[in-house]
Design a protein around this ligand. Sequence first.
Ligand SMILES: Nc1ncnc2c1ncn2[C@@H]1O[C@H](COP(=O)(O)OP(=O)(O)OP(=O)(O)O)[C@@H](O)[C@H]1O
Ligand SMILES: [Mg+2]
Length: 262
Amino acid sequence: MAVVLSITNQKGGVAKTTTTLALAHAFARGSTQKKVLVIDLDSQRNATSILLDSRDITPENSVYALFQTNKTISSTLHATKKENLFVIPSSLHLVEVESQLTGALDGFFRLNDALQTLRQEFDYILLDCPPSLSVITINAMVAADFLLVPLQISKFSIDGIQNIRDAVTTVNRRYNAHLKIAGGVLTLHDTRTTLAQAMIPEVEKILPILKTTIPRSVAVEEAHLMRQDIFDYAPQNKVASAYTKLAEELLSLFAHYPTQQA
Ligand SMILES: Nc1ncnc2c1ncn2[C@@H]1O[C@H](COP(=O)(O)OP(=O)(O)OP(=O)(O)O)[C@@H](O)[C@H]1O
Ligand SMILES: [Mg+2]
């Protein structure tokens, strides 16, 4: 049974997609060698554009289909050039889903329903969320076992984290009692800024922060441009070793909990 990890923060540009891609590769490669699925829930399609060659993505073979009541899930699964790594791509049609789900009685459960079969096929399912606390992000929270919150420390990020925390409390009470916060992960982190260091205790009042932090490196943007993962592009880079550590930290955290539908 898969562990479902939602990478969530309504703030834009905090490295959700970068973290999703790096963790997906870390889980699928090396000694871990697990079967991994990335679901791109963002109509910006950033994860999709890195993982898939340009090919025809239609509503029927993309994440759009997962949100429909009559769905064929198998047609949405795409192999990537990496062994063990699959993606359900995003499509521009995803923007229509917002209005389709608003007012639908089961509007928050469509993704969770779709994952019931996918959970049997994969070891890890990673959900790359859009930068909003939309009905799609709530679907991710309802479907997930764990929430990972990439964040940069600032006054505004603290306000945003409180909103995520409140959403998790509501989701726990009403929709998915199993959802756990794996923690916040400091991305684009600069340990030299004393302001950021000083604000960490404020963030920790709202949600736990994982031990591993992800430093900045130009290699991340370069790897994206080359459509490569950070481990292939710059295996010796500090960001590659940080994401390896983050993957290990998460794996030991997952091991402490039974998964949702096990
Ligand atoms: N460790 C890093 N070092 C340097 N640049 C990084 C790092 N992580 C991410 N970036 C860059 O920061 C930008 C935002 O990253 P990313 O797209 O992963 O964020 P996001 O939270 O998914 O954004 P959005 O909210 O738009 O979906 C990208 O240009 C990415 O290449
Ligand atoms: Mg993104």
